[in-house]
Each structure stands twice: as structure tokens, then as C-alpha cells.
Design a protein. Structure first.
Length: 202
């Protein structure tokens, strides 16, 4: 019986330690957000605005390049751009990161868009809270976002078709287009339209 109670106590101590570490990490991250929102970059430079950039895959090469470009522009214009999921110890969804940004009262949100209704609700809530939202790469057409920055799905379809035309031979009769959940609805239709138009006019 004593052996069993030792195991239970050890497990409880272990769980408490894990919760304490998570709590410390969350407090640190929240403190980091608050410090940047008060106008201080970690280098001590004064800034006028604090924007956050939120994407599904913050560690991808593409999003790192986007962040670097935005950050360089921000430094030249007294704007702090924060890539919110960069150092996160917890795997937050885009909607959760948006919620954190809104409650932190940032000056703007740069967001990898999608056509989900949950993202539309979060965008609309941010805009109603006085925080402008710019969707990037993919749009959320029905939302109240201020603008969309990206290649555009029709042009993306055209680029895909140009690549197919480059590698196709006289024996190529069919092309299979695979997509993921991100390309449903209007976005998917625009990609296919751009692809089809370019192939037909080749």
C-alpha cells in the first residue's frame, strides 16, 4: 500500500512541475506581448505600432521570408512586427493566436487567410474591436478584413498550368490536380479556372 501511495505522490509532483513550467512559459509569452505592445522592441528601440503576423506554418521558409521583409519595413517605419507562433511552447491555432492578439490590443494583424467560418468570425471580431486585419496568401472573402495581399488564386492556377506546359510532352493526355483542405470552395474554383484557361490558350 505504501508503494502505491509513493507512486501516486510521485505522479502528482510530476504533474505539478509540468503545469508550473507551462504556466511560466505562458506568463513569459504574455509578458513579451505586453512589453512589445507598450512600444519597446527587445533591442530597446521605440516603436509607434505593434503588428502581429499569424500563419499556419510559422517556421516554413516562405513565411520566414515574408516575416523578414515585413520586419525590415517595420524597422524603417517604427513598427514592431511580431511573428506570434515563432517561439511558442504551445501549439496554438490561428484563431487562438488571433484571440491573444485582440486581447493584447495590437495595432494590426497580418493573417494567413482561409475560408473557414471560424476565421471569418475572428476577423470580424478583431475589426469590430478596432484592429485592422490584412489576409495574406489566401483570402477570407466573406470577412470584414481590410485587404488581401497575395498572388491570387486565379493567377496561382495560371502559374501551375505554365509549369505543367513546360514539362508536358506530346504523349501527355491527362493531368491530375491534387489539393488539400485549404483549397476548398471559391479558392479552389479560381485555381481551376486559371489553370483551365491557361491550358486551353496554350
Amino acid at each position: 500500500m505504501k508503494e502505491r501511495s509513493k507512486v501516486v505522490v510521485s505522479m502528482l509532483v510530476f504533474l505539478v512541475l509540468i503545469l508550473a513550467v507551462i504556466l511560466v512559459l505562458l506568463i513569459y509569452w504574455r509578458f513579451r506581448l505586453l512589453n512589445s505592445a507598450e512600444g519597446e522592441i527587445q533591442t530597446g528601440e521605440e516603436v509607434e505600432y505593434h503588428y502581429v503576423m499569424i500563419s499556419d506554418s510559422g517556421n516554413s521558409t516562405f513565411w520566414n521570408h515574408v516575416y523578414e521583409g515585413a520586419s525590415e519595413y517595420g524597422k524603417e517605419n517604427s513598427i514592431y512586427i511580431e511573428q506570434m507562433d515563432e517561439d511558442s511552447a504551445v501549439n496554438y491555432s490561428k484563431e487562438e493566436l488571433m484571440e491573444i492578439a485582440v486581447y493584447s490590443k495590437v495595432d494590426g494583424i497580418l493573417l494567413e487567410g482561409d475560408e473557414s467560418s471560424s476565421q471569418q468570425e475572428m476577423i470580424d471580431w478583431a475589426v469590430e474591436s478596432g484592429i485592422p486585419v490584412v489576409t495574406m496568401l489566401n483570402d477570407n472573402y466573406g470577412s470584414r478584413r481590410q485587404t488581401f495581399v497575395g498572388l491570387g488564386n486565379y493567377n496561382l492556377g495560371r502559374e501551375y498550368a505554365r509549369e505543367v506546359i513546360k514539362i508536358a510532352t506530346e504523349d501527355t493526355n491527362k493531368v491530375l490536380i491534387l489539393g488539400d483542405k485549404m483549397y476548398e470552395g471559391t479558392a479552389h474554383n479560381l485555381i481551376l479556372s486559371g489553370f483551365s484557361d491557361t491550358i486551353q490558350n496554350a
